[in-house]
Ligand binder design. Structure first.
Ligand code: NAP
Length: 236
């Protein structure tokens, strides 16, 4: 069955590669971000998530009316934010919270129950979901929170399948603000966004209610951490 797939953070990197795959497979895809991608047959809706909560709520209302009847929400928005907690401004912490946690919660809240079929949710976290990092306190916190959001949504019988995918370093614009010397991730050892997108699509297929997987590098591989069926019995 062809689906209507909303990819938040689908204008570049992993989200864009997912959009490419789903569009080629005949699904109807809408991507959001701050700059329009050059990809045919895909709807683009501008969405800039800032530290302003009121604007975020209004913008998400607008988004779900501009692209309605969503079967699958892919939440791939995220950005690198480096610094110890005392060097991050109030606005920076609020923006990270909004991009990483509040926006996906507000979207699931808005999209649930809109169709007769339950909403499928795919959340892109990070190795920062399970690896504490001194210079990424807020990023690690929101990614861990996003993973727990997915694990909790699964307990809601009116939500469909939930995938939590936690990739390691990917060679994308995510790193564009980093100086080479500051980068802990060597570009040549990073995963390609196209390969990670293939893993995410593969992980999301088949019968399950919840799946949590790490997508690792050196060597590139996928390690499934947990799978639950519809009765929340552990399959893996
Ligand atoms: N790259 C890595 O090493 C890595 C590793 C682990 C996890 N991840 C996660 O993977 C996901 C995809 O990242 P990527 O590597 O593909 O990076 P990317 O190419 O920079 O893509 C990030 C996406 O998020 C959107 N976005 C970022 N900040 C936003 C904001 N304030 N408002 C609205 N949209 C915003 C971007 O849209 P615009 O640019 O159009 O605004 C873009 O579509 C993210 O959640 C990231 O945290 C990345």
């Amino acid at each position: 069955m062809k689906k209507r797939i909303l990819i938040v953070g689908g204008t570049s990197g992993l989200g864009l590669e997912l959009a490419r795959i789903y569009s080629q497979d005949g699904h109807t895809v809408c991507v959001t971000g701050r700059s329009a991608p050059e990809l045919a047959n895909i709807q683009y809706e501008a969405l800039s998530i800032t530290s302003d909560n009121a604007t975020l709520q209004t913008d998400l209302d607008q988004l779900v009316s501009s692209f309605d009847r969503v079967n699958t929400l892919v939440y791939a928005a995220g950005f690198l934010q480096r610094g110890t907690i005392d060097t991050l401004s109030d606005a920076a912490l609020q923006q990270m919270t909004n991009v990483g946690l509040l926006a996906p919660m507000l979207l699931v809240q808005r999209l649930k129950n809109r169709l007769d079929t339950p909403l499928k949710v795919m959340l892109i976290t990070s190795s920062s979901q399970y690896t504490p990092r001194e210079l990424e306190p807020a990023y690690c916190a929101v990614k861990a929170g996003l993973g727990m959001l997915g694990a909790s949504l699964v307990r809601d019988s009116k939500i469909g399948k939930v995938l939590v995918a936690a990739p390691s370093g990917i060679n994308t614009n995510f790193w564009s603000g980093e100086t080479e010397s500051a980068m802990t991730n060597d570009a040549d050892k990073m995963l390609s966004a196209a390969w990670v997108a293939e893993q995410v699509v593969e992980l999301s297929s088949g019968s399950f209610k919840y799946k949590y997987a790490k997508i690792l590098r050196n060597p590139p591989r996928t390690e499934i951490q947990e799978v639950l069926d519809n009765q929340l019995n552990t399959l893996l």
